[in-house]
Design a protein around this ligand. Structure first.
Ligand SMILES: [Zn+2]
Length: 334
């Protein structure tokens, strides 16, 4: 009898963007009090992944971790056995404009707050708005990070930016700050699968691993769950067909996807009226949860779903030997 063939690894992550960070990006007043929906959404997401028996990665914003009111919700994520990643301190989607020194201060502050709230020191980073630069990568490497997950290899970054500028209420200054958010057209030519950033190969062996947020192979269109839900708000059939096509292209090109989720994929218009401007917020929460569940089922038929850290490790050490020293001394090296 032949042994069952093991499935290739794919990873799942939630960018735990909070209510205030959406309001801030959108230019709404009131974000300065850091309104939070973590108490509602975190237990819901944890229950959802417990039912599916999956451990995934949560990229947490340092500012949330620094506030006492969010401590319990954030600690429960680590207690449930999920990986905790760093999603910056202030959630500014223009980190690529920071100097190396400013970025280092930002990331260090986030690490401290996140470790304080969850007991885990992150070994992975995702920049808000897919922001990254040579400076951010150098700092991550120097600080012993195993991976960066900030690259979205798509051609439509400039389109997303145009849409954002049309809908957000921003002053001239704020527009200047946000001028290059959501990436460049040329990002579409970057690889859609894990790779090593070579700049620090000499210093760090194989160097920092990039786990890009997978886009639809060939077309390089995003297919993370928020896009699927955006389509589902118009037609569930269209949304399913879109996701299935993306998965088929992943299989044909042997791309092991890293799929991105957001809290709003688990919250409906019935939960939250403050974010009505957001696409797909007219769906109710049960409808969203059903679509998310179906999406993940079709992914888990083909792939072994795990954390982004395990995805990075399986790329960095395909033989299974421990190559990445867990320099920050956290978590298991699977
Ligand atoms: Zn974010």
């Amino acid at each position: 009898m032949s042994a069952p063939r093991s499935k290739p690894i794919a990873s799942l992550s939630v960018d735990l963007d909070n209510q205030w960070s959406y309001m801030k990006t959108h230019g709404d007043t009131g974000w300065e009090a850091f309104p939070s929906y973590l108490d509602i959404v975190v237990p819901r997401i944890l229950k959802f992944f417990e039912d599916l028996d999956l451990k995934i990665t949560f990229f947490i914003v340092g500012q949330d971790a620094a506030l006492r009111k969010n401590r319990e919700a954030l600690a429960s994520i680590a207690e449930a056995g999920h990986e905790i990643g760093n999603h910056s301190f202030h959630h500014n989607p223009w980190l690529h404009l920071y100097t190396e020194q400013d970025f280092e201060a930002e990331i260090e502050r986030a690490e401290e707050a996140i470790e304080g709230a969850t007991g885990q020191r992150p070994v992975g980073f995702r920049g808000p708005g897919y922001s990254l630069s040579d400076a951010t990568l150098r700092v991550l490497s120097r600080r012993g990070y195993l991976y960066d997950a900030s690259m979205l290899p798509t051609f439509i970054g400039p389109l997303a930016r145009a849409y954002y500028f049309r809908t957000a209420k921003l002053s001239g200054d704020e527009r200047q700050h946000r001028k290059a958010i959501f990436g460049k057209f040329s990002d579409g030519f970057r690889p859609n699968r894990p790779y090593h950033w070579r700049f620090d190969r000499k210093r760090h062996g194989e160097g920092l691993v990039e786990i890009p947020v997978t886009t639809m192979p060939v077309f390089k269109l995003p297919f993370h769950v928020s896009y699927v839900l955006y389509l589902a708000a118009r037609s569930e059939t269209l949304a399913k067909a879109y996701f299935r096509s993306a998965l088929l292209l992943c299989q044909l090109t042997r791309t092991h996807p890293s799929l991105l989720l957001h809290p709003l994929d688990f919250l409906g218009g019935d939960d939250l009226s403050a974010l009505a401007f957001f696409p797909a917020m007219r769906l109710r929460s049960e409808a969203k949860l059903r679509t998310v569940r179906e999406t993940l089922f079709s992914l888990s038929d083909r792939y072994l779903l795990s954390t982004v850290k395990n995805h990075a490790l399986s790329y960095a050490q395909p033989s299974g030997r421990v190559l990445a020293k867990d320099t920050l001394g956290v978590g298991r090296v699977a």
